[in-house]
Design a protein around this ligand. Structure first.
Ligand SMILES: *Cc1c(COP(=O)(O)O)cnc(C)c1O
Length: 386
């Protein structure tokens, strides 16, 4: 691959290199495709979350009210809609809702879906294989010290910009696993401090997310008792995210929000490595069908999924290859190379991808606080693209 030719010959790549705000429309959107996952996989994941609900209910008091289910509210934000459309000088028919994954228990981010799911799946497998647990048990027994002892024979590790480490680190440490997280320079100090306080081994890297995850994967490969959660290619993570679709279907119904041909649902999702927005989009397309239109949002300085999908090179190209610096205030999205899954599954499911400048998300983050009293990290507001 000759990067210079790619930049010269492909307008979109040129614009990305110039750090312009762009909107790319996916030419493959809506075409037929055979996917490696289907609806049964989503329900399998939901059933596992349900089996663990009694464990969460007792182990994490913040989940008592929801009976051990980790879910976030769907919130109308009319004042924010008014402020943003005024600020950006455009008009918008329809209503704007915020899926408040910032309020998800345990990590306060979407990573409480995929990250925690993969830990649960591994823990269940270890416990079942040991003969100490059956699928019909009340999983609150996993709080007993004999399970702690069992899990302490295993390590769980992950590479992360912060939030994935929080979700995996906290739950795996509670279960009794020895947890190691490999964190990139973007990771916020408070996230590292919180993990260390939970007994998690935090290894910091001066480089990017890609270098942190590569180092973590290599270290884990040397240790047969170490389970590595791979944000660049895990289908378990992906399916954990997809469960949100079943939950959202119910929330839409409860709030009388119609989704049909005359009432299409446009879902804007911030993308880092592309795993969480792809899992959610796959779920929504599978559960709610063709009237849902997923759109990703990425920072102009690090549009990794867009670069991978627009060139068709997916994980074979990184934003550093075209000379971008990868620096953004949206630390949850600071990933230079997309996952191996995102581009592949989203090839026909994704309407398009927009990019945003940091100044815009910082303004939106403040506006969301001023208008709706909702506090989110900058990663979350890029989705309010004009
Ligand atoms: C991780 C993260 C994303 C993006 O998820 P990816 O799987 O990396 O694409 C978006 N928002 C927040 C707050 C995140 O932590």
């Amino acid at each position: 691959m000759d990067i210079n030719n790619l930049i010269k010959e492909t307008t979109i790549v040129y614009d990305l290199k110039e750090e312009k705000e762009v909107f790319w429309v996916n030419p493959e959107y809506g075409k037929k495709a055979v996917l490696p996952v289907d609806q049964a996989d989503i329900f399998d994941a939901e059933a596992r979350f349900q089996r663990f609900a009694p464990y969460f209910k007792e182990e994490f008091p913040e989940t008592t009210q929801s009976n051990g289910i980790l879910e976030s509210p769907l919130t109308p934000i009319p004042k924010m809609k008014e402020a943003v459309t005024k600020f950006e000088h455009y008009s918008l028919t329809g209503n704007v809702y915020l899926k408040e994954d910032n309020k998800l228990p345990i990590s306060g981010s979407i990573k409480s879906r995929g990250g925690i799911y993969e830990v649960l799946k591994f823990a269940e497998q270890v416990a079942i294989e040991s003969g100490m647990l059956t699928y019909m048990d009340n999983y609150s027994i996993l709080r007993e010290s004999k399970f702690h002892k069992l899990f302490s024979n295993y390590g769980v590790s992950v590479g992360s910009t912060g939030n994935l480490a929080l979700s995996i680190g906290i739950v795996a440490a509670h279960l009794g696993f020895q947890v190691t997280v490999h964190m990139s320079h973007d990771a916020k100090k408070w996230k590292k401090d919180l993990l260390r306080a939970k007994g998690v081994n935090v290894i910091e890297y001066p480089g990017s997310f890609t270098s942190a995850i590569t180092a973590g994967r290599k270290k884990a490969a040397e240790d047969p008792k170490m389970y590595f959660i791979d944000d660049e290619g895990s289908y378990d993570l992906f399916l954990g995210y997809s469960v949100s679709a079943i939950r959202l279907q119910k929330q839409l119904k409860d709030q009388n929000i119609q989704v049909d041909k005359d009432h299409p649902l446009f879902v804007y999702l911030p993308a880092g490595v592309g795993g969480s927005p792809s899992g959610v989009s796959f779920g929504l397309k599978t559960i709610l069908g063709e009237n849902v239109h997923p759109i990703f949002a990425e920072p102009t300085h690090i549009p990794s999924v867009l670069l991978g999908m627009a060139t068709g090179l997916n994980d074979k190209i990184s934003v550093y290859d075209i000379g971008l610096d990868g620096l953004t205030e949206a630390d949850g999205l600071a990933v230079g190379r997309p996952s191996r899954i995102a581009g592949k599954i989203m090839k026909t499911l994704l309407l398009g991808i927009g990019t945003f400048e940091d100044a815009r998300v910082l303004a939106y983050t403040a506006q969301l606080w001023d208008t709706e009293n909702i506090k989110v990290e900058p990663s979350a507001t890029g989705v309010l693209l004009p």
